[in-house]
Ligand binder design. Sequence first.
Ligand code: HAM
Length: 432
Amino acid sequence: MRYKRPRGTQDILPDQVSEWRLAEETFRRIANDFGYSEIRTPIFEETDLFVRSVGAETDIVAKEMYTFSDRGGRSLTLRPEGTAPVVRAFLENNLQGTDPGRVVKLFYIAPVFRYDRPQAGRYRQHHQAGIEALGSASPALDAEVMHLAWLFYSALGLEQVDLLLNSVGCTVCRPVYVERLRAYLAGHARALCDDCRRRYEANPLRILDCKNPACRQVTADAPMMLDVLCDDCARHFAEVRKVLETIGITYQVDPRIVRGLDYYTKTAFEFVGKGLGAQDALGGGGRYDGLVEACGGPPTPGVGLGIGLERVLLARQALGLSVGAPARRGVFVIGLGEAAAQWAIAFLARLRAAGVRADLDYRFRSLRAQMRHADAMGFRYAAIAGDEELSRGEVTVRDLETATQESLPTEGAIEYLSSMSRREHCGGNAHG
Ligand code: HAM
């Protein structure tokens, strides 16, 4: 019996890990530089948290959650997104303390689970790098969130990313808009796809981002949220645009950006990559000023974003970008002969204890085979000794980069190699 990974999941293999680490470390560095602290929440939460926050009528909650009962009969759900768990942790751990005006800025890198139809760029387990800023209604903070993502994509070499911006209004103006939209769509119900006919009652806003050409034609002349915004939302939207322009971030206003989660208010945005096919959203987010309250907390505004790391790495791949080979580093120990094999094991242990990257070939193959292996594994030096050489108290140290070698006394070799290795570390590649 051969087992397979579950459909829609991926193994991240050793030769792919350097790309993941680059993305994760870049995100961590930028988020830290922007004043965000890392948070790690459980992989599963009470189901009701997502129903209440993401919304019972959304595709995520209605069709895509991995929900199960534990042995105590509790309904739990694998995290289908990162915002609600952060809000739950913010409240449960009283991260705001006693100052209700304090802005709490958090980031996470975490697996997310959605029972979606798998295809290129769409998985049942994906990873999101996200940030959440809680406690401020300032439009400048909305712009900060977008700026962070913008710098992240650019640091990874993704320059062809469009920022699509919209406002989805608030509890005052959105109901007015939804009624106007329904009234308009009522005359076109027959032209809509089956999904959108269902959305008409429960979630008509989602009809605006349906990709079906017939639905797009219907909504081309539909009233748009931006025309119905209340004064407060219109002012906020104008201010966000102004700050983006001040920072120098280009964007397009796109009234079809409505997002697939119900908690958004005012700002909603998506980053879209070029040449990625249907799954081209590299990240998305927005403001959610009612979410903390919906989760049982005091009125607290918030804004955030989630970036799909698989899609970011696919975009890099499409551009032919990849992490270069790491700099050569460390020592491969080769003992040729019975006594030399024992020496090699002890020498290896001493190198490792001294903090040097080091390994040996436990098959003790021929010199040629071991040298080839050392080269392929990216070692800088090979420390080679045969029985006869050892009896003279000598070891050969070969520099695989310069293809030069010298004979050293076995005793001094550890010190020499560990001092060379410290030097490699100073000038070396962080992703080795
Ligand atoms: P979302 O738009 O549902 O937002 O997901 C964020 C990003 O995750 C998407 O733009 C996409 O890059 C990636 N993504 C989503 N679903 C999949 C999938 N099935 N396979 C691969 N990648 C996927 C949220 O989840 C919000 N929590 C974002 C947020 C944070 N809003 C405010 N704060």
